[in-house]
Every structure is written in C-alpha cells, then in structure tokens.
Ligand binder design. Structure first.
Ligand SMILES: Cc1cc2nc3c(=O)[nH]c(=O)nc-3n(C[C@H](O)[C@H](O)[C@H](O)COP(=O)(O)OP(=O)(O)OC[C@H]3O[C@@H](n4cnc5c(N)ncnc54)[C@H](O)[C@@H]3O)c2cc1C
Length: 398
C-alpha cells in the first residue's frame, strides 16, 4: 500500500469534505482523494449557488436539519471571513390557493408551528413586493426570511482549504478505481493513477460516481441530469433582494426555482424535476432543446422581464438520485470497513453544515437521531420519490 490512514474519504464534494473535516476533528488520521482539481468542476456541489430552504412539506426532520444547517452556514460565514451564505429569504408561491396537505400549506404550517414567522402572500402582495412576478399567475404563497442560498462551489473550496489546514491529507489527482478487499473486509482503494490507499475504514462519497464504484448500489440509486441556465438580465436592478429573492415557483407542479442576481451578474434558474439517467463520465451533460423551450414557457408566464436576458451559460448537472430521494448514509451491511455517504437526490447541499456530524457518527457506529432515515434499506423499482418540493410529473405536463 502506498499510504495508510484511519479513514479514507473518496470524493471531496459536500458529503466528503464535511466528513473528512469532522473525522479529523475527532482525532483520526484522514486521507481524502478526488480526481481534482478541487472543487471538482463536474461535481454536483461545484456550482455558483444552491438553495437553502427549510420548506419540506410535513417532513419535520428535514425542516429541523435545515434549521440547524442555517445556524452552521452563519458560523461558516464568520469562520471563512466571507459571506458565502446569503440570507435573502425564500419566496414559495403557487398557481393555486394553498389547500389541504399540499406542499405549500404543509410547509407553511410546519414552519409556523416551529415558532418561525413566514409571511403569507396574496396575489397582490406577490406583485407588490416582488415586481418581476407581477403577472397574476401566482395567487398564494409565503415569504420566509430564514433561508436563502449558498455559493456552493466556493463553500467547498473553503472547506477543502480548512481540511488541509486541519491536517487531512488531501490528494487531488487520485481517482478511485477499485475497492480493495480481503474477503468481506475492505482495505481501501486502488486509483486509476496507480496508487493504493489503505485505511481502517473507507467512506465512499463520490456523488453520482458512487454506484459505479459499488455496483450493488445501482439497484437503488442512479445519476440523473437536470438543466440549469444562467441569464444575464438587461436591467439587473430589479433582480436584487429584497425585491427579488430565492424562489420556488409552484415546484411540485412545475419544478422551476431560482435565485436573485448573483455575484456573477446573472439570475440562475433551474428545474427540480425528472431527468434522464446518465453515466457521469460518458455524457456531454448538455441542456436539450426541450429544456430551453420549457424554460421559455416558464419565463413567459412567471418572469417575463427575463425573456430578453442573454443565456450566458447552461449546464446539465447530475443528481445521485435514490429511488425514494432520501440520502444514503450508512455502514455497508456486509462489507466491514466500508461506509457510503451519498444519494443527494438534488437537495443535499443545504445540509452541508450538519453532514459532518451525522456522517461521522454513522461511520463510527455511534447513535445519531437523524441517521435512521438514511440507513441502508431495501427499495424496489416501485418505490416513489417523496421529496415534497420536487416535480414528479412529465416535463410536458408542467
Ligand atoms: C442542478 C442541481 C441543482 C441542485 N440544487 C440544489 C439546491 O438548490 N439545494 C440543495 O441543497 N441541493 C441542490 N442540489 C443537490 C446537491 O448539489 C447535491 O446533493 C450535493 O452537492 C451532492 O454532494 P456530493 O458530495 O454527494 O457529490 P458531488 O458534489 O458530486 O461530489 C462528489 C465528488 O466525488 C469525486 N469523485 C468522483 N469519482 C471519484 C472517484 N472515482 N474517486 C475519487 N473521487 C471521486 C468528484 O470529483 C466530486 O468531487 C442540486 C444538484 C444539482 C445537480
């Protein structure tokens, strides 16, 4: 073996780097490998922005995890000496009135009952407070000041720096190729670059690449591709907070969400819905004509002032989607010395500040109240995704 440590973390996205940092803070020798450069350009975590919202319908666990994560993002802002989490507030709106147990109503009720103060919005208030949305299309919703977005690629960059400073052996330029075993015991990995990394315990946190490293996971998770668009508005002023904030535009029925003007001078819009299954390395990851057409329809009916914005960048970003859309964080049930921390399913980044403790507890075999939801589990092809804010219909329907 070329190198040996207590823990080997494979992948330096948000799952991996927070795990490496936490394990190091618990006194372990930790090595983290990644193809690099870091943050890795094709990683899901490496993006200009990710939504941080606690609105998860009636799923109180996710809501409470995000409440804790937001405290963590504020702490990171102080520790980084730079604000990479921006608490612009989040606007959650719908084309129909809140009712019954729909996503809008159950999220609104959950945050209210938690003692938080979402502000209910009528159609008139949506148009008055957020003029770019003055179309009459959205008739109900709320604004919640506690939420916003994180500059995700930059956050990962800072965390990698901190990991190095803390004494994690960070090895970009190393791509795990094969899990090394002795019977049922995992010894580490061999990389494509020809090095062997040994560890008492290996944590696979390679995002959508993970099921390719551990094929038994391919039954329960798959990489799916989702379009994002960067739009350069003609009149940037109207897309700044507080008049334009992170938005979820009836996402369970449309999938569309987005961000106010980012430091890059763009408004980013994206779709949290279904997407084609893709191989993380054998795909060009481009946005298709249908995605453009759907985006135009969304802008026409929702934010017409963005219709003449130049599309300066597009990307198809990969979710590592589990069948039920919950994360997958557990020790391998049959292979000693191996854990998996993945399955972000298009909503994982916001949990970054709470992942380290959750994942480190799990791989150490310690109890953690949040862990059971993400345990190794049996799922079959009939399993439905249950992330409440996500659009689960056909693209043509929305
Ligand atoms: C379009 C899009 C929009 C999203 N929006 C949001 C949002 O608004 N809010 C939110 O909370 N979440 C969002 N997510 C989800 C979030 O980005 C992911 O859940 C999260 O970033 C996944 O982190 P990860 O560490 O599992 O994977 P990644 O960030 O992909 O990191 C995996 C790492 O593993 C490395 N790796 C790969 N193969 C190997 C190998 N063989 N050996 C070693 N290392 C390897 C890669 O280089 C990479 O650095 C979105 C995702 C996408 C794609």
């Amino acid at each position: 073996m070329n190198s040996s440590s207590d823990f080997l973390v494979v992948g330096a996205g948000i799952f991996g780097v927070t795990t490496a940092l936490e394990l190091r803070s618990r006194g372990y020798e930790v090595t983290m490998i990644d193809p690099g450069p870091l943050p890795y350009p094709l990683a899901a975590s490496t993006d200009v922005s990710k939504v941080v919202r606690m609105e998860y319908g009636d799923d109180l666990q996710y809501m409470r995890m995000v409440i804790r994560a937001i405290e963590g993002f504020h702490r990171w802002n102080e520790e980084f000496g730079e604000n990479l989490y921006h608490e612009t507030g989040v606007m959650v709106v719908s084309k129909t009135a809140m009712s019954g147990d729909d996503y809008l109503e159950s999220s609104y009720r959950a945050v209210l009952e938690e003692g938080l103060k979402p502000e209910r919005l009528s159609a008139e208030e949506i148009g008055r407070r957020f003029p770019a949305w003055d179309t009459g299309r959205y008739v109900d919703g709320f604004y919640h000041a506690r939420g916003g977005y994180a500059e995700s690629g930059r956050v990962v960059g800072k965390l990698v720096e901190r990991a190095e400073q803390a004494g994690v052996s960070v090895r970009p330029g190393q791509t795990a190729d094969k899990v090394l075993t002795d019977g049922s015991r995992v010894l580490g990995v061999r990389t494509r670059e020809g090095e062997n990394f040994a560890a008492d315990h290996t944590v696979l946190a390679a995002g959508s690449w993970t099921p390719w490293l551990l094929p038994e996971l391919q039954r329960v998770m798959t990489a799916t591709g989702h379009p994002i668009f960067h739009l350069k508005p003609k009149d940037p002023a109207i897309f700044r907070p507080p008049g334009f904030v992170v938005f979820l535009a009836d996402t369970p029925n449309t999938g569309w969400y987005g961000f106010p003007l980012l430091r890059e001078g763009i408004v980013k819009v994206a779709r949290h819905g279904g997407g084609p299954s893709l191989h993380p390395e054998d795909d060009e990851r481009v946005v298709y004509e249908e995605d453009f057409a759907q985006m135009q329809i969304f802008l026409e009916e929702s934010i017409p002032s963005l219709l003449d914005a130049e599309v300066v960048y597009t990307r198809r970003c990969l979710y590592n989607d589990t069948l039920d859309e919950h994360f997958w964080i557990d020790r391998h049930p049959e292979r000693e010395g191996l854990s998996v921390a993945t399955g972000g399913s298009g909503h994982g980044f916001k949990f970054g500040p709470v992942f380290g403790e959750l994942i480190a507890d799990t791989v150490e075999g310690k109890a953690n109240d949040w862990a059971p939801k993400f345990r190794w589990r049996e799922l079959d092809a009939k399993t439905q995704g249950v992330e409440a804010s996500r659009f689960h219909g056909d693209a043509e329907e929305a």
